[in-house]
Structure formats: C-alpha cells, structure tokens
Design a protein around this ligand. Structure first.
Ligand code: CAA
Length: 379
C-alpha cells in the first residue's frame, strides 16, 4: 500500500500551491471584507484549467483524477476559502452531473464552456423550506408540449451572483417524493430567472451566495438532465463528490490556521520565552497537526474509492463530517493561540474560524452526514 501522491499529483499540487499562495492568499482578506466575487482570480484559475479540472480533455477539461481534485481544492481553500467553494461547486456539483448524465448535445452546449472556465456554474437544490430533505421540494416543473414551466425559489446558492449555468432540481411529480424530482440545466438569460441580493454571511463571504427565483421559466425538454424523476439520484451522486470538495476545503482552512499559529507561537513571547515552548500551546498545535493528517487520510480514501469506480458515499460523508468538525475546533484554538490579536482582523485566524463553520452546514449538515454513514454501516 502506498500513502504517497504520485509524481504527477505532487507536481500539480506544487503548481497550484505556488499559484494560490502568490495570487489568491494576498486577496483573501479583501474578498472577505468586500464580499466581492473573485472574478480576476477565477479567470486565472480558468487559464490553469482548474474550473473544469475533473472533466476529460475531450470536453475542454483538465481531466485530473479525484485525488488530484481533492488536493487542488485543499490548496485553493487554504489560500482563499471563497475561491475554494466556487471551484468545488463548479467541478463537482455542476460539471460532474453534466458529464455523467448529459447527452452529447448537452455536453457540447453546456459542459464545454463550464470546463473551459468561460461560464460559472451553480447548483440549485436548497429552498427556503427545504434543506436536508430535498425530496420534499416545492419548486415545480410542469411539462407543456416541448417545454417545462419552472416555478420556485432556491436559497443559499453558491456563485449565484455571477453564475451563467444553473443545474436546477424541481418536482415533476410532487406526490412521488424523491422519485418525482427531475434535473434541468438553465441558462441565466432565461426569462423569469432572477437572482437575489448576495447573502451577508459569517464566512466564505465572496462566494456570491444568493437566492435564485424561477417564475414561469420556459425550459426546453432538451435541457432535462437524465430521466424525468431521476433527479434525486443525480443530486445525491453529485453531493457525494461535492462532500470530497468540502472536506478538502475544511482541511485547507485548518492548515492555514495551523501554519499561522505555529509561526506565531515561535514569535510571541510571554514570561520571557516563546509561547510555543509552553506545553499547553504545544498541545493545541499537536491536536491541529494530528487531526489535519487524520482528515487528509479520510479525504484521500474517499477520492481513491471514487477513482476506483466504487461507491464512496460513506467515505465522502466520513471525510466531510470529520474534517469539518476538525476545522471548526482547530480554528477556534488558532484564535486562542493568537489571544487578543487573534480576535482582530489584523491576523487571518478569525477569518479562518468564520470560514470553517459553513463546512459543517453546506452540502449536507453534519447531522445528515451521520445519517448517510449510519445507513451505509447498517447495510
Ligand atoms: N448515490 C446513489 N443513489 C443514492 C444516493 C447516492 N449517494 N443517496 C441516495 N440514493 C438513492 C437511494 O439508493 C434510494 O434509491 P431507491 O429508492 O431506488 O432505493 C433513493 O436515492 C432515496 O434514498 P434515501 O432513501 O436514502 O433518501 P432519503 O430521502 O432518506 O434522503 C439524505 C437521504 C441522505 C437525507 C439526502 O436527502 C441528503 O443528502 N440530504 C441533504 C441534502 C444536502 O446535502 N443539501 C445541501 C444543499 S447543496 C449545497 O449546499 C450547495 C452549495 O451551493 C454549496
């Protein structure tokens, strides 16, 4: 058994790490403060092929494996967590369903521009009254001739502010629950589609998160992804991969907080010595370092199983559950190590603490991850 990245994976990791630290990290505080969608950073990431990194080259993607994908999301998130979630959603929740369930025509039309980074994508599942139980969604799609008429509102949609391609889930048969959900690809230009103001959030503040409303939107039948009634499965499989991305994001945030804490613990002196010489500070650093490595192994396991073509729902939920809790606890400790300074915006650790929290919430709360794992181990 080898626990090392391959030479190619390492080379890509190094390239993205250098880029992220040089180009993304210096702008992260600005993006956090202004909530400005990182358009310029995304353009650069598109040039590197990162916006379609999981898509095969024949559809203009970079065609990297899932382990590489996880490593890349980690490095981006370590530098700027908002960029991390935007790129993760683009790849796992938007491009992946299009690649797996799209017809050749849909791939040419919708997937290629996403993979090339010419368009930003968003995934519309959550609604004002429906979060953990998407089978009960209120957004409807009613077939009329060769079109569906889409009505409803989706909330907390990452990238909605700038997205041009929306993967949207709607009930084509509300009585059928999970089996009555269908999936559609919707252009931003569609009459009746409107995007609300961006959410003023605790963390990932530059992720362009907003509500999206569909009012009598006329969607060609040719924009349906997969079979009518097959949308729930598409949503769940996309989230399996999405959760790898969020686990990677959580680890990236925690790593950034750990490295800042380690450096500060060497510089900051109290009682005549660096605080890093005190065992109580060391214990917090040890907990961070150990739990980051444990999370990384869970992350790699989920990505490895995906690459082998096996079902990996349990592993991606485990990775997300563990890594998100780890990130929240350890970024709180990072603020503690920095003391009063950590509580100010002069240092990045308060941002890491705020950014970490959402990893326990989006793409399935920790409670939902427990449910997925419980179902899998009961089998
Ligand atoms: N892969 C393939 N099939 C799957 C699947 C998966 N991962 N998960 C479920 N299914 C299938 C099941 O096999 C079952 O199929 P059959 O009916 O043929 O047996 C069917 O789907 C229904 O499955 P369940 O009975 O398990 O469904 P459930 O209603 O009990 O719900 C759940 C399961 C895990 C709670 C699910 O609803 C869930 O994950 N909820 C959370 C949703 C979520 O993560 N929302 C986050 C919003 S997205 C977001 O945050 C986006 C963003 O912008 C960042």
């Amino acid at each position: 058994m080898k626990l090392e990245l391959t030479a190619d994976q390492q080379a890509f990791q190094e390239e993205v790490r250098k880029f992220a630290q040089k180009e993304l990290a210096p702008k992260a505080a600005y993006h956090d403060k202004t909530q400005e969608f990182p358009v310029e950073s995304l353009k650069k990431m598109a040039e590197m092929g990162l916006l379609g990194m999981s898509v095969p080259a024949e559809y203009d993607g970079a065609g990297v494996d899932s382990v590489t994908y996880a490593v890349v999301i980690l490095e981006i998130s370590k530098a700027d967590a908002s960029c991390g979630v935007i790129v993760a959603v683009q790849n796992s929740l938007v491009a992946l369903p299009l690649y797996k369930w799209g017809t050749e025509e849909q791939k040419q039309k919708f997937l290629k521009p996403l993979a090339a980074g010419l368009r930003i994508g968003a995934y519309c599942l959550t609604e004002p009254n429906v979060g953990s139980d998407p089978g009960d969604m209120e957004t409807t799609a009613v077939m009329e001739g060769d079109h569906y008429i889409l009505n409803g509102t989706k909330t907390f949609i990452t990238s909605a502010q700038k997205a041009e391609t929306f993967v949207v889930f709607a009930a084509t048969d509300r009585k059928a629950g999970n089996k009555g959900i269908s999936c559609f690809v919707v252009d931003r230009e569609t009459p009746g589609l409107s995007v609300g103001p961006k959410e003023d959030m605790l963390g990932v503040r530059a992720s362009g998160t907003a509500a999206v409303t569909f009012e009598n939107c006329k969607i060609p039948v040719g924009n349906r992804l997969g079979q009518e009634g097959g949308g729930f499965r598409i949503a769940m499989e996309a989230l399996d991969c999405g959760r790898i991305g969020i686990a990677a994001q959580a680890i990236g945030i925690a790593e950034a907080a750990f490295e800042a804490s380690l450096q500060y613990s060497r510089e900051r002196k109290q009682f005549g010595q660096p605080i890093g010489d005190f065992q109580m500070i060391q214990a917090m650093l040890v907990k961070m370092a150990t739990e980051i490595e444990a999370s990384r192994l869970l992350l790699y396991l989920a990505a490895y199983k995906k690459d082998k073509g096996e079902r990996y729902s349990k592993e991606s939920s485990m990775a997300k559950l563990f890594a998100s809790k780890m990130a929240v606890e350890n970024t709180i400790n990072a603020v503690q190590i920095f003391g009063g300074y950590g509580y100010t915006k002069d240092y990045p650790v308060e941002r890491h603490m705020r950014d970490s929290k959402v990893t326990e919430i989006y793409e399935g709360t920790s409670q939902i991850q427990n449910l997925v794992i419980a179902k899998a181990i009961a089998k």
